[in-house]
Design a protein around this ligand. Structure first.
Ligand code: NAP
Length: 630
């Protein structure tokens, strides 16, 4: 890895003070308390409630401590009661048991938070035992690291030539994480030196490559290997895999199969009427040509999801003219420090203030602890004229004010940009200067429907032809086609995609499907948490650890077959459907018909509806009664 740390900055009192002022003061206070036991720190309120004098006192104490004691070391995990006290201190709220158990690994003091270990030392494995993981993106690497820890042989099949999954595929302008990098990383790798607060795509690729090499998954990856068909062999409870490779089709056998193929694996390429007539270039962001030069070009950007919003500013900065085709307005919100480099002072603090990384990691996620309340309708509030509930309506007002400010109050734009459904009912889109870009002279927002393509451009329903050279179809992914297009054949010749054809993909906890023994899916159907605060990389580890618990238990009991009971799968999915109905996402106010996380059968498909800490409990305290091990 090339170290992006700033070498030896001149560290004087002013530098340290700037570092503390730029830092998360809740994290500073808790880390300092952990180091000093200073009762005055414990008595202070969280940063938002600090008066000027107390804030200054906190900063001075931190600066004074750092002047004397700063240095690179990691703190051990405090005993559980102390950890809980520190966590409560960080947010200023007492935490019930459910929440504590879901969050206690977020400060990540352990070497490998959440991961599974053997109950009583490593067991001998059956001869030739092998796990096959499909995909080497974030989730496949997490699963690989989990198996490395256990010492269980595995191989990762990756159809591309490098690890990274969706981060390897997407190379469009300004692609970057829209969740702050300190939470969009594995917590077993402490304090990775991100150069920006929200890592760019290339840096995320570099990070995943670094992790894969450091933790050993890279050398267990077969690149250029594309799974085509997986068949369960009942006689010996293994999976027989047919894999396309550069040397032709290969067969592989797996005792356990772990799908880690991601949700954003298949770009959704639209087909407009008379598309073949268009004489220009059509580009999906997931297939962005490295040498695409937009200088002086007329460009259409179709779509205003996370991708279309992320790429508009750089596209508008180089193209001559841009038409932005918006079908459905989105709630697009700003993020603090988005696009900003991590200052040398903050880098120094992360490296030299023990515990600061851990508590910043915790606090960066704590901001999401209360989000579930945004999703629950308050009927009393509505009866008094409210739209959803006080918190959601407040968010709506804030975002409307943001749109007004960003568009300089242009009513023609505001009328088109403010959605008629509630915020937080679709996946949040982060502003990368999208609203500002719409105010540029060379950018035009088009809200008429697309009727057809013509040789020269795009014709809208009102008959206008918008002449363009390049059409960027930021039209998303087939997020609801899980494990597609490979074929999976389970017990009795059952085809997985046929099994799912009734009302879309389903699984138990998002991971297990009956009649598909020894098969696990990471980030499977209904698994993306709607609330509660754990970023996706933590979930990849949690699902990997669940999978590992099942595999370890089978080995420790001398068994070869693990599967979810049909009744448990049914019970879980019935409850899931019921719970989904309570969420804003599935209510009229949340416009489920416009939500691509809801499938064609009107079912919530991508998200899991449970309150985050409850889903965490389900994924960490395994209900062994639901699982058959034989
Ligand atoms: P998306 O959220 O599905 O958005 C697709 C956009 O294309 C929507 O505006 C949609 O309009 C429009 N569209 C689709 N088909 C169309 C058609 N035939 N005619 C006109 N408009 C059409 O896709 P995305 O922006 O690629 O994002 C996909 C997922 O990737 C997101 O949920 C996000 O999780 C993830 N993502 C993450 C990041 C990040 O973390 N940095 C960046 C990019 C993407 P409608 O709304 O009317 O359907």
């Amino acid at each position: 890895m090339t170290d992006t740390r700033i070498s030896a900055p001149a560290v004087d009192k002013g530098f340290i003070r700037r570092a503390v002022e730029l830092a998360d003061l809740n994290a500073v206070r808790v880390a300092l308390f952990q180091l000093t036991d200073d009762a005055e720190l414990a008595a202070m309120p969280p940063a938002a409630g600090l008066d000027e004098q107390t804030r200054e006192r906190l900063i001075s104490k931190a600066v004074a401590w750092l002047e004397e004691e700063a240095g690179p070391r990691q703190l051990p995990e405090p005993p559980e009661a102390e950890l809980r006290r520190l966590m409560n201190m960080a947010t200023g709220e007492e935490m019930p048991d459910l929440e504590f158990h879901a969050r206690k690994d977020l400060p990540a003091f352990k070497d490998f938070p959440w991961m599974t270990d053997w109950t009583d030392g490593k067991r001998d494995l059956p001869e030739g035992f092998q796990v096959v993981i499909v995909g080497s993106g974030f989730s496949g690497i997490a699963m690989g690291v989990q198996l490395e820890i256990l010492g269980i042989p595995y191989v990762i099949l990756e159809r591309r030539q490098e690890p990274g999954g969706t981060w390897n595929v997407n190379r469009y302008p300004d692609v970057r994480v829209d969740t702050i990098s300190i939470t969009y990383e594995y917590s077993f790798e402490k304090n990775y030196p991100w150069s920006e607060y929200f890592g760019r795509g290339a840096e995320v690729r570099k990070y995943l490559d670094f992790i894969a090499k450091k933790y050993g998954t890279h050398e267990n990856t077969l690149f250029g290997h594309d799974l085509k068909r997986a068949t369960f062999i009942e006689s010996d409870s293994t999976w027989s895999l047919e894999v396309d490779t550069p040397d032709g089709t290969k067969s592989l056998s797996a005792n356990m199969l772990v799908n880690a193929v991601g949700t954003f694996a298949n770009p959704k390429i639209p087909s407009f009427e008379e598309q073949e007539m268009f004489e220009g270039t059509i580009v999906h962001p997931a297939r962005w040509p490295e040498d695409l030069d937009l200088t002086g070009k007329r460009v259409a950007v179709i779509g205003n999801g996370s991708t279309g919003v992320q790429l508009l500013s750089p596209v508008a900065a180089s193209a001559e003219q841009v038409f932005v085709f918006q079908r459905t307005p989105q709630w697009i919100s700003p993020r603090d420090r988005y696009g900003k480099p991590v200052e040398p002072e903050v880098r120094w603090l992360l490296d030299n203030f023990p515990g600061y990384w851990n508590w910043w990691h915790y606090m960066a996620i704590a901001g999401l602890f209360q989000t579930h309340r945004l999703l629950i309708l308050d009927e009393e509030w509505k009866a008094q004229g409210g739209k959803v509930n006080p918190a959601n309506d407040k968010l709506r007002d804030d975002l409307k004010a943001y749109i007004t400010a960003q568009t300089d109050g242009r009513q023609d734009l505001i009328d088109k940009l403010v959605p008629d459904y509630a915020p937080f009912s679709r996946r949040a889109v982060v502003d990368n200067g999208w609203y500002r870009a719409l105010t540029r002279d060379n950018v035009q927002l088009v809200t008429d429907g697309i009727a057809r393509l013509t040789p020269k451009g795009i014709e809208t329903d009102d008959g206008t032809v918008h002449e363009v050279d390049i059409i960027v179809t930021a039209t998303g992914y087939d997020v609801i086609k899980y494990l597609w297009p490979a074929d999976y054949v389970g017990v009795g010749g059952l085809n997985l995609h046929e099994f799912w054809s009734k009302d879309g993909p389903r699984a138990y906890l998002g991971m297990l499907v009956p009649n598909f023994p020894n098969m696990f899916t990471i980030y499977g159907p209904n698994s993306q948490a709607v609330s509660g605060g754990s970023a996706l990389p933590s979930w990849y580890v949690i699902w990997s650890a669940y999978t590992a618990q099942c595999i370890v238990r089978a080995i420790e009991h001398g068994k070869t077959r693990v599967e979810v009971k049909e009744a448990a799968y049914q019970r879980y999915n019935d409850a899931l459907d019921e719970e989904s109905k309570n969420l804003l996402i599935m209510k009229q106010e949340g416009a489920p018909e416009k939500n691509y996380y809801v499938n064609e059968f009107g079912r919530l498909q991508v998200n899991v509806p449970w309150y985050g800490p409850e889903y965490h409990r389900l994924c960490t305290e395994i209900e062994w009664e639901d699982i058959d091990i034989s």
